[in-house]
Design a protein around this ligand. Structure first.
Ligand SMILES: C[S@@+](CC[C@H](N)C(=O)[O-])C[C@H]1O[C@@H](n2cnc3c(N)ncnc32)[C@H](O)[C@@H]1O
Length: 166
């Protein structure tokens, strides 16, 4: 990942934490000077995730923020040493992907080269986000097919949308 933020750190952002499984997988590949911000509105989940990040030895590069994405995004530049993100992972509720994505754009947190990965694009799905990103000349976007892991044994088609700002 390229360096884009103030203070010389690589910066990623992650909506949302739950118990931090994806955050743990992603952040463990980041260099020590990276900053990875995770956001979740559920305080209890965020506390459990923070404990897991500590146990995994990555709490130096992961900041866990408790709050609704709609409130956190506009304040993020004031509270963290960043100008924009290299990487954004979106995995909260499909009906809010587009709203939050537009907030990220509005606050200039997405710049040329930013990669955005949106999970569960087909199931439960986020059709308005998929439509927006695929038909926007500012982004190159592709869906990678996957199937959901639950309910166990039931094959439901899903996808991960990977987009890069031109
Ligand atoms: C599918 S789980 C995330 C799983 C996580 N990515 C993982 O791999 O472990 C969705 C999480 O989004 C949180 N959430 C839903 N809407 C939110 C919002 N608007 N702002 C912040 N967190 C939200 C929920 O509290 C829940 O923990």
């Amino acid at each position: 990942m390229k360096r884009t933020c103030l203070g010389g750190s690589n910066v990623s952002r992650y909506i949302c934490t739950l118990y931090g499984y994806s955050a743990l997988r992603i952040a463990s590949y980041l260099p020590k000077d990276a900053l990875f911000i995770t956001v979740d509105s559920n305080q209890e989940s965020a506390q459990i995730a923070s404990e897991i990040f500590k146990q995994a030895g990555i709490s130096d590069r992961v900041h866990s923020v408790v709050g609704s994405s709609q409130t956190v995004i506009p304040q993020i530049k004031d509270q963290h040493p960043i100008s924009s993100f290299d990487f954004i992972f979106i995995d909260h509720s499909g009906e809010n992907y587009l709203r939050d994505f537009k907030l990220l754009e509005y606050h200039n947190l997405i710049t040329s080269g930013t990669m955005i990965v949106a999970d569960n694009i087909l199931y439960p799905g986020s059709p308005d986000y998929a439509d927006y990103i695929r038909n926007n000349p500012n982004y190159s976007s592709k869906m990678y097919e996957a199937s959901v892991e639950w309910p166990v044994g039931v094959k439901i088609k899903d996808g991960v949308e990977v987009s890069v700002r031109n």
